[in-house]
Design a protein around this ligand. Structure first.
Ligand code: MN
Length: 278
């Protein structure tokens, strides 16, 4: 009895000595790593608030694929009147609060009886339209496309936008189209020539090249294996209160609010998607 007890005690002692040993080694390692700044220290909230890091965080979350469980109307990233040098406050408000909201509502309505489809992203639903039940194919295409297109649209505009393109996209635009002016001209002409309602886009196509294209209605370039880097809405509802029927004038002025920082981020994502597909 006595000998078993002492053996057990010895084992327990050994166990604790080992634990304390590990603990001390751990603490020492941590102190060393900390001293050499190898351990990332959490950013203090007060610093994070002032730095552009928080801005980056919201922007990159906007680049994630859109949930359909349920689809949600994202808030405008600025006030209704923030872009009024180009788009008046009332048009912005109607466009976001009514038109975009309706696409979201109708998409959720179309998916109401399809819990499995709700688990997929809006992008997946649009890429894989042929496999949707025929009954909801058109409403998903129109309203899913509308939701996706407008979510991008609000993000690539900014009250601090406009001017010359910046970053990598500036160089790539020059390389592909000759100059920013030549690119703008081609983009505006494509937007003017789009008959009826639709969008004009700068996309990265399946071959990895920048390309200007237009789509009818709310069709998204992702349906054609192209990533939408930036796009302008040429539905009349995007501009009619201020420009009435003058689409060309709207297309021209629109460059004064383009958010080149966000366009650059989207271009980067398009390149990543390209390389992940091989
Ligand atoms: Mn619209």
């Amino acid at each position: 009895m006595f000998s078993i007890n002492s053996k057990v005690r010895e084992l327990i002692m050994k166990f604790w000595q080992q634990k304390v040993g590990y603990f001390l080694v751990g603490i020492t390692l941590f102190i060393l790593l900390y001293a050499f700044k190898l351990v990332p220290i959490a950013i203090q909230p007060s610093i994070a608030k002032q730095s552009p890091v928080t801005h980056l965080a919201t922007v990159s979350s906007s680049l994630a694929e859109l949930s359909a469980a349920p689809a949600q109307l994202p808030p405008l990233p600025y006030a209704d009147n923030a872009l009024s040098k180009v788009i008046d406050a009332q048009t912005m408000k109607l466009h976001h609060d009514k038109h975009h909201a309706t696409y979201v509502e109708n998409l959720n309505d179309a998916l109401k009886y399809y819990p499995d489809l709700q688990k997929r992203s809006v992008e997946e639903l649009l890429r894989d339209q042929d496999r949707l039940p025929e009954k909801i194919r058109t409403p998903v295409r129109n309203n899913g496309g509308g939701h996706l297109n407008h979510t991008m649209f609000w993000q690539i505009m900014s009250p601090n936008g406009g001017g010359q393109p910046t970053g990598a996209i500036a160089a790539e635009i020059n390389k592909t189209f000759g100059s920013f002016d030549a690119f703008k001209k081609q983009f505006n002409e494509a937007g003017s020539d789009r008959f009826g309602s639709g969008w004009v886009w700068l996309v990265r196509n399946g071959q990895g090249q920048l390309e200007i294209m237009t789509t009818p209605n709310q069709d998204s370039p992702i349906m054609n294996d192209s990533y939408p880097i930036m796009g302008n809405d040429v539905w009349e509802h995007a501009y009619y209160l201020k420009y009435q029927n003058r689409r060309a004038e709207y297309l021209n002025n629109w460059w004064n609010i383009v958010n080149w920082a966000e366009v650059n981020k989207r271009s980067l994502v398009s390149l990543q998607q390209q390389s992940s597909r091989g």
